[in-house]
Design a protein. Structure first.
Length: 244
């Protein structure tokens, strides 16, 4: 149970307090957004379940784009395991250990920026805490939201956790190489569920084991970064705020 937001449990966090927390977070997110815009750094909020392949996707991205162009903040309840993997892949990375909180918020991100040479990067990835609920609620100041969904999680996850997928600009279906070994799931089944919940989101099927789809992910990032830099509104326009 998250001791920051109560995971929607109004017995633990009254609605008024929750709204105040979200309003405060939005101010911090807008402040972060100004920093990112001034530095020309394209920031990605990478979300997904534990084991969905978020870290592996970043490792593969570093091999194509070059780790020197990437920075990462890695959120987890405990350990620096993912941070160690990212640094081994050539990405300067800092771990944000939340203890019991099931998501990152804008203030945690802002504090961690002081310990990372993020301004020298082209891309800053915020690898959020593994969770398909709370991370979707908190704006971090990012330019885009990417959700990693492993084929091993099942076709119904977008239907069961619609809030997460509705904020996605891109859904990366990971571990595609395992599809032939999974009973009762198919590529079309995943795409059908995603079309019902987030028809506007782009979708890329990916396997870091075979390398399939990683180049498309990198191309998507480069295209979105160019669009973002060309947009006159990118300095002040936050991602749509989502309430449960």
């Amino acid at each position: 149970m998250c001791d920051t937001c109560g995971c929607g449990d109004t017995h633990l966090v009254p609605v008024e307090v929750k709204e105040n927390l979200l309003a405060s977070n939005q101010r911090d997110a807008d402040h972060n957004r100004e920093h990112f815009a001034q530095a020309g750094v394209f920031t990605v909020n990478l979300m997904g379940s534990p084991g969905s392949g978020k870290t592996a996707l970043l490792e593969a991205t570093a091999s194509l784009l070059g780790g020197e162009h990437l920075r990462a903040l890695s959120g987890d309840l405990a350990t620096d395991n993912d941070g160690q993997r990212l640094r081994a892949a050539g990405i300067s990375a800092k771990t944000i250990t939340t203890g019991t909180a099931c998501h990152l918020d804008a203030r945690l991100v802002h504090r961690s920026l002081h310990d990372l040479d993020w301004q020298a990067a082209e891309y800053l990835f915020v690898e959020n805490v593994g969770n398909l609920v709370c991370p979707a609620i908190y704006d971090l100041g990012q330019a885009v939201n990417v959700v990693a969904l492993s084929v091993t999680e099942g076709e119904d996850k977008p239907l069961k956790y619609p809030t997460m997928f509705r904020v996605a600009d891109l859904v990366v279906l990971t571990k595609k190489d395992l599809l032939p070994y999974l009973k009762g799931v198919s590529e079309e089944g995943f795409l059908r569920s995603l079309r019902q919940v987030c028809p506007a989101a782009a979708t890329i099927l990916c396997s870091v084991t075979t390398g399939e789809g990683v180049d498309r992910f990198c191309q998507w990032l480069q295209s979105k970064r160019q669009e973002h830099r060309a947009s006159p509104a990118h300095h002040v326009t936050p991602h749509e705020h989502v309430h449960l």
